[in-house]
Design a protein around this ligand. Structure first.
Ligand code: FES
Length: 234
């Protein structure tokens, strides 16, 4: 059997959070962590977590698996067990727990909204859609793939220390996606909105964001690129 420890907390009945010890049949070693949770929830239907696509696309099952934030649906149990003889599952750190593995992402999405994640144009609408060359489109590679799972921001100490003021790696990566978009006409305003000590510059290049991104993106590199764009603007 595989030993599993899961963070449990139901504020309506529990005085405090606790770790529940459960076990999985051996065959789950070759399955994903989400499969293990589905199995365990059959044993205990009160276990709460988010999931939807089961394909690493929707970003709803971000959680902390053996110390590293990841998507449960694309994280093999064997991978988690490579650093421990137990599977340990906790909610995303740095975010308020609603229940068990479900966290409140209100602030995370508020920071996302702050970077205005939509195209801003001032010109009159063209008769056809706004076109891009293949080269202009290629500038968005490595940025548009973000699925907003929150794994990077939740593993970032700068976000833990200044959750309200620091935008966090996910929002900053999304910001660069629009700064570099050839169709967007608010580049300077976007950059100016981050010229304070916290929004962008609170990043300390710790790199946890890039370490954990389940899509293989590089939020720390994106933050560095925004700093470069600010220098070019001056
Ligand atoms: Fe959608 Fe895992 S369930 S990313």
């Amino acid at each position: 059997m595989v030993s599993v420890e899961i963070y449990r907390y139901n504020p309506e009945v529990d005085a405090a959070p606790y770790m529940q010890t459960l076990s999985l049949p051996e065959e789950f070693r070759v399955r994903m962590v989400l499969d293990a949770l589905e199995y365990l929830r059959v044993q205990d239907p009160t276990l709460a977590y988010r999931r939807s696509c089961r394909e690493g696309v929707c970003g709803s099952d971000g959680m902390n698996i053996n110390g590293k934030n990841a998507l449960a649906c694309i994280t093999p149990v064997t991978q988690a067990l490579s650093t421990s003889n137990r599977l340990v599952v906790r909610p995303l750190p740095g975010m308020p727990v609603i229940r068990d593995l479900v966290v409140d992402q209100t602030l995370f999405f508020k920071q996302y909204e702050r970077v205005m994640p939509w195209l801003i144009t001032v010109d009159a609408n063209p008769p056809i859609e706004r076109l891009q060359t293949p080269q202009e489109r290629a500038r968005l590679d490595g940025l548009y793939e973000c699925i907003l799972c929150g794994c990077c921001t939740s593993q970032c100490p700068s976000s833990w220390w200044n959750p309200e003021k620091y935008l966090g790696p996910a929002a900053l990566l999304q910001s660069l996606r629009f700064i570099l978009d050839s169709r967007d006409q608010a580049r300077d305003a976007r950059l100016e909105s981050m010229q304070d000590p916290f929004s962008l510059f609170r990043c300390r290049s710790i790199g946890n964001c890039t370490w954990v991104c389940p899509k293989g993106l590089n939020p720390m590199g994106a933050i560095g690129r925004i700093r470069l764009e600010l220098l070019r603007k001056e």
